[in-house]
Write a protein that binds this ligand. Sequence first.
Ligand code: TEU
Length: 604
Amino acid sequence: GQDAEWWRRAVVYQVYPRSFQDTDGDGYGDIPGITRRLDHLDALGVDVVWLSPVYRSPQDDNGYDISDYEDIDPLFGTLEDLDALIAGLHARGMRLVMDLVVNHTSDEHPWFTESRSSTLSPKRDWYIWRPAREVPGLAPGESGTEPTNWGSAFSGSAWQWDEATGEFYLHLFSVKQPDLNWENPEVRAAVYDMMGRWLDRGVDGFRMDVINFISKTYPLADAPRWEGALYGSSFAAVANGPRIHEFLHEMNETVFAPRRRHILTVGETPGVTLADAPLYTDPARGELDMVFQFEHVGLAEGPGGKFDPRPVDMSALKDNLAAWQSALAPAVDDDGRVTGELGWGSSYWDNHDQPRAVSRFGDDDPAWRGISAKTLASVLHLHRGTPYVYQGEEIGQTNTVFTGLDSYRDLESVNHFHERVARGDDPERVLASMMTNSRDNARTPVQWDDGPQAGFTTGTPWIDVTPNYPRVNAAAQVGVPGSVFEHYRALIALRHADDAVALGTFRLLDAGQAASWCVLREHVGADGAREQVLLLASLTREGLALGEGSALRALLAGQGVDLAEWAGAERLLLASLPAEEAPASGVGAPERLEGWDSVVLRRV
Ligand code: TEU
């Protein structure tokens, strides 16, 4: 039913707890800190909070290495603190989605300590153990005897030798993140039981970490070549394995269907293709509500991977998002009325693994930061699919400044540095290559105000605050007309109120153009009433001419959109103007858009 799919109109806000708000002065954000900041989320108007992992963890990968799924890490608080957060969110009409990390556990999880204790352990088969490959001249366990040539996401081989039992275990991520064996039905049952307990406690869904990695392709076999990293050719061997849809359907039947609760499930699915996405998200198949795709963020990577950064080609970006829109487009009748959903997308510019949106896709020069952050927001929120806002994005936070290896915290960056330097690369050059795409860009504290440590902590933060916090902070924006925050607030309210924005069909109008982004959304009501929403955005400092005789006007006309017919259209939002002034700023498309400006028009 309609209400069961409430998330189609929702906006999700991601909290990375260690960087959100500290309340006890230890320099790490905590759960009471999230509860303290609920007014901020309420003012923004988001519907759902996705909370990155807060379970017990040795924190090797900031909580994505879980040693107890049933308890909260003392770094973040207690189960009672989580209950209070859930109650606070629910009291304000918001929901809580937890991170579910079940491709792997921590090596300190009791399941793994038991598994590694003996080859005869009843839990041996809960993880993926393999004997060494026989290689003349090499002793078992030596480099070169790994069962396959797969790289780990965090440098080195994906296999770790266990001296005591004389076998390797698989870890697609860090050595401290052994992969669970989903072929074993006991593993699946244990995970489903654990998920059920969280739902029964009151959580409203799950963001599922690398969920398309849980089904491996057997027999485990070498990738075409060794590239020293997971995201090279090893990838095909591990992602989207043959039983993935069976496992997700089983999870759905076992955990979600019997509870008949209105929950949200989103799969993090690196490497998911246009062809796969509908298989994961078609409601008729009973798997997931939506998935995160990675192709658009991959446009910022060169052939050498994320530490071989490339400026994003905006025309390729736009074409890519449009291809995803087509792959997940609804069924429509001859009048353009949506008659059924065949899948659903999720839209994001950034998260805790990606650099800051305005630095990567916009222009973070102080003169252009605000307006380009607002235009990027308009572009993303005018796409079909559930938008995700990563903490700090709503105030236009930027990438940070790294002064040396000491300013990095992420094991991915730190391991990468040591691996390359050990290989003989120049340390300065390696450091230079890490700045643009390091995950630490997203992990600096939320900039709440211009006070000490940006209001994040009274102590010493676990990672340095980005130096621009005196200019870029929430206190300077919440309730301040024209701010990035108020622009996000207006876009979220628009999605809640407007059928074309939330549910309408999508059409990209200016494919192949790098300087503009023009989108048409359309909704035909049950009574045949037609509503159209048009986005026109400038993606450069130069701006765009839209008047008679302009190239863009002609291009739009060629797509069947005659701006003359929009002369009386309502102006909903202009990035260059406070949201509350935009509707009154005139009707129809302006004669030109200044650099990085954008306009959203509506006509009925
Ligand atoms: O990320 C998985 C993932 O594929 C990436 O985003 C990955 O972190 C990045 O490409 C590395 O370059 C998820 C989590 O979001 C991430 O924080 C965890 O480190 C990872 O899984 C392991 O749990």
